[in-house]
Design a protein around this ligand. Structure first.
Ligand SMILES: NC(=O)c1ccc[n+]([C@@H]2O[C@H](COP(=O)([O-])OP(=O)(O)OC[C@H]3O[C@@H](n4cnc5c(N)ncnc54)[C@H](O)[C@@H]3O)[C@@H](O)[C@H]2O)c1
Length: 452
């Protein structure tokens, strides 16, 4: 059935009544929740993945993205109802589907050099089953222009985009691991940009049906790709600004968080939270998509914020050295416990985690470095250059907090006090209340709160 001959209302009716088939390529942290939200809405969904074990389990109703709340129940329900199934046969899925969505990994190094192999691979497979009237949507995050670079691959099918034989669009995944179902169903509106107005109309019908927050149409594919990238750049630059102002506060003996909170009562002021650095696959990476693709512009602000945010790990070590020196102790041979290996609380991901450069620099000063993280084990700690320890393992000379795990927020400070040689906490995530920590006798230092 051609999607491009339907009106929006006709499409919506067929979509809700199980007359449309959607193939979602990539059944990972983002693709599996999306596929199952579609299936719940009544569509026939084929989840495509290269991992045979994942596919085999999904067809038994077994979810492998266990950190996503409510996903296990949803997958089991959809498999039972027959609205969702999985396959490794991407060509067959393309032959059966009306709409194909690409949501495979787009891995990058920390300078935004991207590996688009999986995207190109899926585009080739889709091309082998592409039919007239189909729509292909990229949802994976990619540098602007990437979706249009796939046109020549899709046209190997013999169909021509400029003749309106098929539709092409980008609809960025604006979700986060751990809240994907909530986000997809309406935490934010869905951004959609398409090659032509007919494709855009069908996409509005589709995403309006599953997303209560509605849609934001953008006049073109490249613009839609830029939206997601700019969201990341905005966060990185603003965190950079918060870090800069926090460093000023340290120099002037002013409590940054108190100042920021007060300033933010003015509706035009949104100073972010300072900290040990910016981690993850998104925020510290997307600025490079802008920097690396600018021929005429020199994106100074974007570059400087990136540089400053990367510097914060070094500043955490500086704070530790200053804290130890105030106890007449040097960093050399000091027993340091780094709390947190992951880049943020509750999620086991290490990309650009602040702990990694901090551990490396501490080792460079010949400190005796240990790490603990409730989501990790000894292998993870050793991989990043630290020994594994729990709070009670030794008497610590300093405790450095690098991830905002709930376990650290709720840490028993009285118990910690019994396990320290020097009562020094350097908090890179504002996890602990400075007033309470100081009342209990700790020297508490954080980015923007420096009292020796
Ligand atoms: N994880 C996040 O918080 C998040 C948030 C927003 C956007 N994104 C973007 O979403 C996209 C997907 O990320 P993710 O976190 O779901 O990745 P993921 O690593 O969790 O899952 C990717 C899945 O794709 C499968 N896969 C790999 N190559 C394939 C191929 N050629 N054909 C079919 N399946 C293939 C893998 O086996 C895996 O199951 C990326 O572009 C990412 O940047 C991720």
């Amino acid at each position: 059935m051609s999607m491009l001959n339907l009106s929006k209302e006709e499409f919506k009716n067929k979509f809700k009544n199980g007359k449309i088939t959607v193939a979602v390529y990539g059944q990972g942290k983002m693709g599996l929740p999306l596929a199952n939200v579609f299936a719940e809405a009544g569509v026939n969904v084929i989840g495509v993945d290269i991992c045979e074990e994942v596919v085999e389990n999904l067809n038994k109703g077994i979810n492998h993205i266990t950190e996503e709340p409510f996903l296990s129940e949803l997958v089991a329900k959809n498999v039972k109802n027959g609205t969702y199934c999985a396959t490794t046969d991407g060509k067959l899925a393309a032959e059966k589907a009306d709409i194909m969505i690409i949501l495979v990994p787009t891995l990058t190094d920390e300078k935004g050099n991207i590996k688009l192999g999986p995207v190109y691979n899926v585009a080739e497979i889709i091309s082998s089953g592409l039919k007239e009237g189909n729509i292909v949507i990229t949802e994976a995050t990619m540098p602007p222009s990437t979706t249009e670079s796939l046109i020549t691959i899709f046209e190997k099918s013999g169909l021509k985009l400029s003749n309106g034989d098929f539709g092409l669009a980008h609809a960025p995944e604006r979700t986060m691991t751990g809240t994907a179902l909530r986000d997809i169903k309406g935490q934010y509106p869905k951004i959609i940009g398409a090659n032509d107005s007919k494709t855009l109309e069908i996409l509005s019908g589709m995403y309006e049906t599953i997303n209560n927050a509605g849609i934001v149409p953008i006049s073109g594919i490249k613009g839609a790709e830029a939206v997601k990238v700019f969201e990341g750049v905005y966060r990185d630059v603003n965190i950079g600004l918060a870090n800069e102002l926090a460093l000023w506060c340290e120099e002037h003996n002013v409590d940054a968080l108190e100042v920021f909170e007060s300033a933010n009562t003015q509706p035009y002021c949104h100073i972010h939270t300072p900290g040990a650095g910016v981690g993850g696959h998104c925020i510290p990476v997307y600025p490079w998509f802008v920097i690396n693709s600018s021929e005429k512009l020199n994106p100074r602000i974007t570059k400087t914020a990136r540089e400053l945010n990367d510097y914060m790990a070094h500043h955490m070590v500086e704070l530790t050295i200053k804290g130890l020196n105030s106890f007449e102790k040097s960093l050399k041979n000091a027993k340091i416990l780094v709390l947190g290996l992951t880049f943020r609380g509750g999620v086991k991901e290490f990309m650009k985690s602040a702990a990694i450069p901090i551990i490396s620099e501490l080792n460079g000063w010949d400190a005796d470095v240990y790490a603990f993280d409730p989501l990790c084990d000894e292998t993870d700690a050793n991989r990043y250059g630290a020994k594994w320890a729990e709070m009670e393992s030794y008497k610590w000379d300093a405790v450095i907090i690098t991830s905002d795990h709930v376990e650290f927020k709720n840490m028993d400070l009285d118990k910690l006090m019994k396990n320290v040689n020097i009562p020094l906490i350097v908090d890179g995530r504002n996890t602990i209340d400075p007033v309470i920590a100081r009342e209990k006798g700790f020297k508490y230092l954080s980015v923007g709160n420096f009292k020796l």
